[in-house]
Design a protein around this ligand. Structure first.
Ligand code: PMP
Length: 360
C-alpha cells in the first residue's frame, strides 16, 4: 500500500462508492437488479466522421426530445446518463461546505453519493415506519426550513426508486408553491415513461426553479448507451453549460439516441412499456400469493419492492439460484426488476421455494 488514499481530500477518503449491480453478475440467468429493459434493441450504423469532435449538444436529438417531452429545445441538455445530470446540478449550484442538498429516504443513492463526491453536505428526510417516503415531512422541510438548513437543491424521485411510489403533478405543484423560488427542485423522472401522465413538464413554464431529469436507460431500453436528459429553464441550462465537460455526448451516442426518438422509436418504446405492464401484472399477482412477504409495494414502474424478513439471506439464496435482484441495503426489502415473462416465472418459482423452505 502506497497510501495514495491520503492524497484524496479528506471528505472523499471515507466515501462508499455506488455499488453497481452489474458487478459480479456474469453467469446469472436472470438480471433483475438494475431496472433495465430485459431484451436488447438493435441499431446498425456506420460512422465516417469520428476524426472530428461531435456537436457540443446534439441538435437533432435535442429537437426530437423536446417534441417528445413537450418543451422547448433550448430547455434540453443532454448528459452522460441521468447520473451526470444529478452530479452536474450539484457541482453547478452548490458551494462545498456551505450549501446543502435535500432528499427523502429511501431513494436513489446517487443524490447522496454525488453530493459527497462534490464535498456538499446533505439533509435527508427519514422514511416512515412503514418504509415509505415521508412526503409531508419533505414538503415541510422545503417550505419552512430550506433557508435555515442552507438547502440549495432538492431531489425528488418521481416515481421513486426503490419504493415505486408516484405523485401527481398537482401534488408536486404544492411543493413548488410553498418552497422558496431560489431553491431548485430536481424531479427525477427516470421511470416516467411507465406512468406518463404523472410528468411535471407542464409545470416548467410556471416554475423556473423546476428541473426535470430523464434517461434513455429504462423504457427506451438503452442503459448501455449512457444517455440522459435534463430539462430546465434556459437560464438554468446556461449555468449548467458553464460546468459540463466539453463534448459530453459522443457521436455514436447522439446517432443512436436520435433514432430512438423518431416517431417509430417512440412507438416501439410505448410497446415495450405495454409488455412491461403485462409482465408486471403477472409478477405482482404471483408475489401477492407468496407466503412470507410482509408487503408488496404498489408500483407503476418496471420494478417492484417487496418487504420480508431477513432480506439479505433471501437475496443470497436467489443469487445462488442464478437470479440477481437488488438489496437496497436494509434487512427488510428487496427490489425486483420486471424481466421477461420467463424471468418473472423463474423468480417466482425460486422465491416461492426459498420462502416455503423457511417456513418448514
Ligand atoms: N435516477 C434514477 C431514479 C435511477 O433509478 C437511475 C438508474 N438506476 C438513474 C437516475 C440513472 O440513470 P442513467 O442510467 O441515465 O445514469
Amino acid at each position: 500500500m502506497n497510501g495514495f488514499i491520503r492524497l484524496m481530500p479528506k471528505f472523499l477518503q471515507t466515501l462508499t462508492p455506488y455499488e453497481s449491480p452489474r458487478e459480479g453478475i456474469s453467469g446469472k440467468t436472470a438480471w433483475l437488479n438494475s431496472n433495465e429493459y430485459p431484451e436488447p434493441t438493435a441499431y446498425a450504423m456506420r460512422f465516417d466522421t469520428l476524426n472530428r469532435y461531435p456537436e457540443v449538444q446534439p441538435r437533432i436529438f435535442c429537437e426530437r426530445y423536446a417534441t417528445y417531452a413537450g418543451v422547448q429545445p433550448r430547455s434540453v441538455l443532454v448528459t452522460r446518463g441521468a447520473d451526470e445530470a444529478i452530479e452536474l446540478l450539484i457541482r453547478t449550484f452548490c458551494e462545498p461546505g456551505k450549501d446543502r442538498v435535500l432528499y427523502a429516504e429511501p431513494t436513489y443513492s446517487m443524490y447522496a453519493i454525488s453530493s459527497q463526491t462534490c464535498g456538499v453536505s446533505t439533509v435527508s428526510v427519514p422514511q416512515t415506519a412503514a418504509g415509505d417516503v415521508d412526503f409531508n415531512a419533505f414538503a415541510q422541510m422545503l417550505a419552512d426550513n430550506a433557508r435555515a438548513q442552507s438547502i440549495k437543491l432538492a431531489f425528488f424521485c418521481n416515481p421513486n426508486n426503490p419504493t415505486g411510489e408516484v405523485h401527481a403533478p398537482e401534488t408536486v405543484e404544492r411543493l413548488l408553491q410553498s418552497m422558496p423560488g431560489d431553491v431548485l427542485l430536481a424531479v427525477d423522472e427516470a421511470y416516467i415513461e411507465f406512468c406518463p401522465t404523472m410528468t411535471t413538464t407542464t409545470l416548467m413554464a410556471k416554475y423556473p426553479n423546476l428541473v426535470i431529469i430523464r434517461t434513455l436507460s429504462k423504457a427506451f431500453a438503452l442503459a448501455g448507451l449512457r444517455c440522459g436528459v435534463l430539462m430546465a429553464d434556459p437560464e438554468v441550462i446556461t449555468c449548467l453549460k458553464k460546468v459540463i465537460a466539453p463534448y459530453p455526448v459522443p457521436e455514436p451516442v447522439a446517432a443512436i439516441a436520435q433514432e430512438a426518438l423518431t416517431p417509430k422509436g417512440v412507438a416501439l418504446m410505448k410497446e415495450r412499456v405495454r409488455r412491461v405492464e403485462a409482465n408486471r401484472a403477472y409478477l405482482m399477482g404471483e408475489l401477492l400469493r407468496l407466503p412470507g412477504l410482509t408487503r408488496v409495494y404498489d408500483t407503476q414502474t418496471n420494478f417492484v419492492l417487496i418487504a420480508l424478513e431477513n432480506a439479505a439471506n433471501v437475496y443470497q439464496a436467489l443469487w445462488k439460484k442464478g437470479i440477481a435482484v437488488r438489496n437496497p441495503g436494509d434487512e427488510k426489502t428487496l427490489r425486483i426488476s420486471v424481466g421477461t415473462r420467463e424471468e418473472c416465472e423463474m423468480l417466482i418459482n425460486a422465491l416461492g421455494a426459498i420462502l416455503k423452505g423457511r417456513n418448514r
